[in-house]
Design a protein around this ligand. Structure first.
Ligand code: SF4
Ligand code: SF4
Length: 441
């Protein structure tokens, strides 16, 4: 079975929500939705509306300000109540447009006008994807139109649909593959039109046999698209690791998938591309898994972007009294959120409610050099040494041990018998390194 070297096997915990069909959640009339201008990697957008303006659903409310940027759209119609800083799931503050929902869902002109991609040039297709605000919905949030147009010297051989969904608890991609497999395939066909020499491969972990069956059926009769079964292992869904599993090619340190002839896009991103082209709709919604032992009604919910985690939880039964921690994203790579007023953005894949018992962090003990973190690190790093460098502020040592290659997957912390917060310290040191670099430039 296709796999990569090292990695870990956390319990998958997907049974809470895996068999729950996607349910649409609507904001109430009068509720305020917040649209941060920074929902992607790159420069934040600039608001195109002002306080008091009336906006329609699908209207662009945030314009790009740089090359690496992606526009923001209103997911409801209503009045702009404010433009103010709000907290994003990543913990940063971002300027946001606040819209009071009038409940009319009045569409902006031009919404829902499908395009025939077979008659479009590559430039027109990339432009349509850009103008729909599509970014990587697997969590990274990199603007998709940039990824789809690598430099001309990079020949693309594989378009990989990242359907591994290897983080425990998360089931949104799984539900898409069961409920709307043909849309994933149509999105992939659009991307393959840009790279006609490439093969399309949908990589799914082997713990999702129903998704493998559903996607295989949806690909029947299409010569250049196939389904690859991947060994269930974390972090199978990391770009570098899914590329290695499927192609046995390695992305060079500091390089991009295109350096290995690959483009990798998540399942939901393919659906967003399909929606942009076949339905003429920008990115206004996403599916969010609500799960964990503290969630009253675990499930998969389609939400309008701009709603807060608190709004979603209120509408789906909330969480139990013994819930002690709320995580945005998966338990391996996600981030604890400190306020339910945090806004769900394009990259918000899940909200996990953990009980007191599940949230307790075991006490860190001294490293006794067992080497487990090293033997499980999927990037072949020495997390114990990186941890030491991070703790003692040894910035040069951190670089020497290739700390910037860390993908922050958390496998080292998961395996460490001394319960050391390895990934957390490495992540913090990476931020310091980036700040130091920015200062030098
Ligand atoms: S050092 Fe980084 S890449 Fe390696 S296991 Fe730890 S978090 Fe993952
Ligand atoms: S797994 Fe933990 S105890 Fe073992 S070498 Fe790594 S940091 Fe030290």
């Amino acid at each position: 079975m296709l796999t990569f070297k090292r990695g870990v096997h956390p319990p998958d915990e997907k049974s809470f929500s895996a068999e729950k069909e996607v349910v649409m959640i609507q904001p109430e009339v009068g509720e305020e939705l917040c649209f941060p201008m920074s929902q992607h990697i790159g420069a934040p957008c600039k608001p195109t509306v002002a306080k008091g303006d009336y906006v329609k659903m699908g209207q662009k409310i945030g314009e790009t300000t740089g090359f690496v940027c992606s526009p923001i759209f209103a997911s409801v119609s209503g009045t702009v109540k404010d433009i103010r800083p709000v907290l994003t799931p990543g913990g940063a503050m971002s300027q946001a447009v606040v819209i009071e929902n009038d409940g009319k869902m009045e569409p902006v002109e031009g919404l829902n006008v499908p395009k025939d991609y077979t008659k479009m040039t590559n430039e027109e297709i990339c432009d349509a994807i850009k103008e729909a605000g599509v970014v990587g919905l697997g969590g990274a949030g990199f603007p998709t139109h940039i990824k789809l147009a690598p430099p001309p010297d990079k020949k693309i051989d594989y378009i990989i649909v990242n359907a591994a969904e290897c983080e425990p608890y998360l089931t949104t991609d799984y539900r898409i593959m069961l409920e709307e497999p043909e849309r994933v395939v149509r999105g992939l066909q659009v991307v393959l039109k840009l790279h006609p020499e490439a093969k399309g491969v949908i990589g799914i972990e082997h713990n999702k046999p129903k998704a493998i069956e559903s996607m295989t059926k949806a690909c029947e009769g299409i010569d250049n698209i196939s389904v690859a079964t991947l060994r269930t292992k974390f972090p199978q869904g990391s770009e570098k690791h899914i590329i290695y599993s499927i192609t046995k090619r390695e992305v060079p340190s500091g390089g991009l998938p295109a350096d290995s002839g690959c483009i990798v896009d998540n399942v939901d991103t393919m659906v967003a591309i399909e929606r942009a082209i076949f339905r003429g709709r920008p990115l206004m919604r996403r599916i969010v898994t609500v799960s964990g032992r503290g969630a009253v009604n675990p499930g998969n919910y389609k939400v309008r972007l701009g709603m807060t985690y608190g709004m979603l939880l209120d509408k789906v039964g909330g969480f139990t009294e013994d819930t002690a921690k709320i995580i945005s994203g998966g338990p391996m790579m996600g981030i604890a959120i400190h306020s339910l007023d945090t806004v769900m953005t394009k990259t918000s894949s899940s909200i996990l409610c953990f009980t007191e018992a599940e949230s307790q962090l075991p006490e860190e003990r001294n490293c006794f050099r067992c080497g487990k973190c090293v033997s499980h690190c999927p990037m072949g790093l020495m997390p114990n040494e990186l941890n030491k460098a991070a703790i003692y502020g040894d910035h040069a040592g951190f670089i020497e041990f290739n700390g910037m290659d860390c993908i922050e997957c958390g496998s080292c912390s998961f395996e460490c018998p001394a319960k050391r917060q390895l990934a957390q310290s490495i992540r913090a040191e990476k931020k310091i390194q980036m700040a130091l670099k920015a200062k030098q430039n």
